[in-house]
Each structure stands twice: as structure tokens, then as C-alpha cells.
Design a protein around this ligand. Structure first.
Ligand SMILES: N[C@@H](CCC(=O)N[C@@H](CS)C(=O)NCC(=O)O)C(=O)O
Length: 232
């Protein structure tokens, strides 16, 4: 007998790119879930700290169990609801395909994401120029080769995969923030020339409805500006 579908509740905040990962997976899986928005502008309540002692979003309640950390939550969703996001680890090529997607997401997080954070936080043109060069160099070296067979999504997929669920929230920021002056447009222009695989993939990812669903770009760009203006 098939196991009953678990009851899911996502503790989230739509401004948070880490929580956004779980939203992308849930949108693709089309599984019903409840959500509770956690106000990150205030100290976490004692009730939420019982759910996640680190006080971070996202957290996912699966019936009475809690899962935290966005990569773990998102991978759990791909495991629990078999779909186009990822082959099962018991499939012939499943473990290898999953290792490739994990490596891709890890590469984004460990090699590129920090530079994107720095460019949005930069206070001077010189800082923006340095971070912009670092983004382009890291994408060209680390990500461009991993996207040679994207079609348009990871590893020849015509649908989003776990690789996009884990990175799409950051990609949509990189591709939309130039409109709001948070990232110089020249960074995207350079990427389109020096990293054409990445640029084509990023354009497709940043327009996908499962990625844009909870992403209110104007509000998020404004909040990001305010956050960094406050640190001036
Ligand atoms: N490593 C965590 C990072 C999550 C995270 O940093 N969430 C931020 C919002 S984007 C948060 O909850 N911040 C609350 C705080 O620092 O008080 C994950 O991947 O889930």
C-alpha cells in the first residue's frame, strides 16, 4: 500500500533566497502545503525557536517532524515526491545524476554566491567593479563548463531540476537586480559574451513561473537597497 501523503507546513519568508529554494521545489511538485510567514524583523518567538532552534527560515514540518536547512529541505522534497526534479537514487544512473546536481548547487554556493552578495552590498563603484569581475571570472571558470548540455535546464532537461530548485532564487536576483541599480548591467552583458551557456540557462531559469512565483522583484530589490543603505 502506498504511504499516505504527509502533511507539509513551510515556515518561510518570501524575501529569503534560502527559503525560496523550497518554494521552487514545491511549485514544481504541485503538492499541497500550508505556509506560515516568519517575521524576520523581530526576534523569533519561543514557539518558532522550538521548531528551529537556529531561528532561521526555512523550516519544513512533515506531519510532526521538522526539517531545517534549505538544501536539506529541498532535497527532502525531491526525495519524498518522485518527479522530474531528480531521479531516484535507486535508478540506474540516479546516484550519479544527483551527485552532478549537488555539485552544481554547491559550486554556486561556494564559488559564486559570495561575490553576488558583495556586489549588492558594495558602497562604491570600485567595490562594484571588483565584485563584478569576481562574479564573471567565477562563473566562467566554475559554472560555464557544467552547463554545456543545458537544454535549457540542467543536464539536457526541458523542465526544472533539483539543480535549479537549489540555485534559481539566486539566479533570479542576479538577472533582475540590474533593473533596480543593485548590480551593474555590464555584469550581465559580460556574462552573455564570456559565459553564453550560463547566460542562456540563467535567462530561462529567471523567467520560469516556479521561480518567479513568490518573487516580488521590486519589493525585494527595494528591501535589499534599504538593508545595505542601513549599513553605510
Ligand atoms: N543555511 C540556512 C540559511 C538560512 C537563512 O540565512 N535564512 C535567513 C533569511 S534569508 C534567516 O532566517 N535569518 C534570520 C536571522 O538571521 O535572524 C539555510 O540554507 O536554510
Amino acid at each position: 500500500m502506498a504511504a499516505a501523503t504527509p502533511k507539509l507546513k513551510l515556515f518561510t519568508n518570501h524575501m529569503c533566497p534560502w527559503a525560496h529554494r523550497a518554494h521552487i521545489a514545491l511549485a514544481e511538485l504541485r503538492v499541497p502545503f500550508e505556509e506560515e510567514i516568519i517575521d524576520l524583523s523581530k526576534p523569533r518567538t519561543a514557539e518558532y525557536l522550538k521548531i528551529n532552534p537556529r531561528g532561521l527560515v526555512p523550516s519544513l514540518a512533515v506531519n510532526d517532524d521538522i526539517i531545517t536547512e534549505s538544501a536539506i529541505v529541498t532535497s527532502y522534497l525531491a526525495d519524498a515526491f518522485p518527479s522530474h526534479l531528480a531521479p531516484a537514487s535507486t535508478d540506474l544512473n540516479g546516484p550519479l545524476a544527483r551527485a552532478r546536481m549537488s555539485f552544481f548547487a554547491d559550486t554556486w554556493t561556494s564559488k559564486v554566491n559570495g561575490h553576488v552578495f558583495k556586489i549588492t552590498a558594495a558602497q562604491t563603484d570600485a567595490q562594484k567593479a571588483t565584485a563584478g569581475k569576481d562574479i564573471v571570472d567565477a562563473v566562467v571558470k566554475e559554472l560555464e563548463p557544467l552547463l554545456a548540455n543545458a537544454a535549457p535546464f540542467f543536464n539536457g532537461s526541458d523542465k526544472l531540476t533539483l539543480a535549479e530548485a537549489l540555485t534559481g532564487s539566486f539566479i533570479v536576483r542576479l538577472f533582475t537586480f540590474p533593473k533596480y541599480g543593485l548590480i551593474p548591467r555590464s555584469v550581465l552583458d559580460e556574462l552573455s559574451i564570456k559565459a553564453p551557456n550560463f547566460y542562456r540557462w540563467g535567462e530561462a531559469v529567471s523567467k520560469h513561473p516556479s521561480v518567479t512565483g513568490i518573487f516580488d522583484e521590486a519589493v525585494i530589490a527595494e528591501r535589499t537597497k534599504q538593508r545595505f543603505a542601513a549599513t553605510k
